[in-house]
Write a protein that binds this ligand. Structure first.
Ligand code: NAD
Ligand code: TYD
Length: 339
């Protein structure tokens, strides 16, 4: 089978590339990534040595180039991870989010239609459901929870989801969508909460917690997300949405304190900074559907996943130190300098 993976030089996409190469030695994995600030070819160093792996440095919005790749590579399945993925950046500059996340999705699906009605999987997010109140722990996002977005990022992902379902109904494109909660694990770009706190703590830098830090996220180890997508592209029902989540809700402040403890750093590094605009309070996924239909369950407990993640960042300092010493520093100064 030929699997075309977009955004494979990013966090989840690269973990998915490695998952697929390891699990299916007879599959060909074709990766398309234009290497934005969040894409890193060094992440794919091992994959690039594998004869079953092929990399294209291409923008998913580049219709002509994308059509050529479909024509040449003849994918059986497409998995679209490529996106602008950081809420804070979307608040600063929404435009690129609309372009990549919505128009890029359209190009990928037009190509899927044109070259044989190819099975298409859209990697979406639980953020399309908006947020839940902290005082209603009984509430969870299900696949029928109305779309109700808060940020330009989540709105662009929701726009893409609507378009995916429209291509299913209008053109009969064989689509599936997964909506996953917050991932953590290796190759997570250090602008996101967990890797940012690990990197800053290791450098004895302030740990910037937005507001009180009471916002809750449902954390899932990235490998479990990859396994869910693997199941969906092989066994998921066409035209269906699957929620993916770990039943592992934690307040930001507790995560940051835990990281301090694990790294033997003082909690005095924690600095409460101005809250994010429109900050979603709580995300919580009900993963009953994917469990009942496809037998998926999260395998890595948070206690183990966070240890593995911290160990990975300790063992792969060059990977993240290179990132935080480059262009990323300008972003950091802009976002946190006067916060
Ligand atoms: P990431 O920012 O780490 O990686 C995104 C990748 O996409 C990068 O390699 C980047 O170079 C590439 N890319 C961006 N624009 C592109 C374009 N126009 N053409 C080609 N490549 C492009 O993101 P991530 O955290 O790995 O997220 C991957 C997907 O999973 C996204 O669609 C995101 O919405 C979704 N998701 C993420 C999470 C999470 O916790 N990180 C949770 C649920 C869903
Ligand atoms: P993030 O990793 O950006 O993921 P998302 O916003 O998509 O859930 O942020 C996770 C939570 O951590 C979110 O509530 C915002 C908060 N946060 C901080 O408190 N400080 C930070 O420096 C960052 C990046 C995030």
């Amino acid at each position: 089978m030929n699997v075309l993976v977009t955004g494979g030089a990013g966090f989840i996409g690269s973990n998915f590339v490695y998952h697929m190469l390891n699990k299916y030695p007879d599959y060909k994995i074709i990766c398309v990534d234009c290497l934005t600030y969040a894409g890193n070819l060094s992440t794919l160093e091992e994959a690039l040595k594998n004869p079953n792996f092929k990399f294209y440095k291409t923008d998913i919005c580049d219709r002509e180039a994308i059509y050529k790749i479909y024509e040449d590579e003849k994918p059986d399945v497409v998995v679209n991870f490529a996106a602008e993925s950081h809420v804070d950046r979307s608040i600063e500059n929404p435009e690129i989010f609309l372009k990549t996340n919505i128009l890029g999705t359209q190009v990928m699906m037009d190509a899927a239609r044109k070259f044989g009605n190819i099975r298409y999987h859209q990697v979406s997010t639980d953020e399309v459901y908006g947020d839940l109140p902290l005082d209603r722990p009984d509430l969870f996002f299900t696949e029928t929870t109305p779309i109700h977005t808060s940020s330009p990022y989540s709105s662009s992902k929701a726009g893409a989801d609507l378009l995916v379902m429209a291509y299913y109904r209008t053109y009969g494109l064989p689509v599936t969508i997964s909506r996953c909660s917050n991932n953590y694990g290796p190759y997570h770009f250090p602008e996101k909460l967990i890797p940012l706190m690990i990197a800053n703590a290791l450098n004895d830098k302030p740990l910037p917690v937005y507001g009180e830090g009471l916002n809750v996220r449902d954390w899932l180890y990235v490998e479990d997300h990859c396994k869910a997508i693997d199941l969906i592209i092989h066994k998921g029902k066409i035209g269906e949405v699957y929620n993916v989540g770990g039943h592992n809700e934690m307040a930001n402040i507790d995560i940051v304190k835990l990281i301090c403890k694990k790294l033997n750093k003082p909690e005095s590094l924690i600095t409460h900074v101005t809250d994010r605009k429109g900050h979603d309070m709580r995300y919580a996924i009900d993963p009953t559907k994917i469990h009942n239909e496809l037998g998926w369950l999260p395998e890595t407990k948070f206690a183990d996943g966070i240890d593995k993640t911290i160990e990975w960042y300790l063992n792969n300092k060059t990977w993240w130190e290179t990132i935080i010493s480059g262009e990323y520093m300008n972003y950091y100064e802009k976002m946190y300098g006067n916060r």
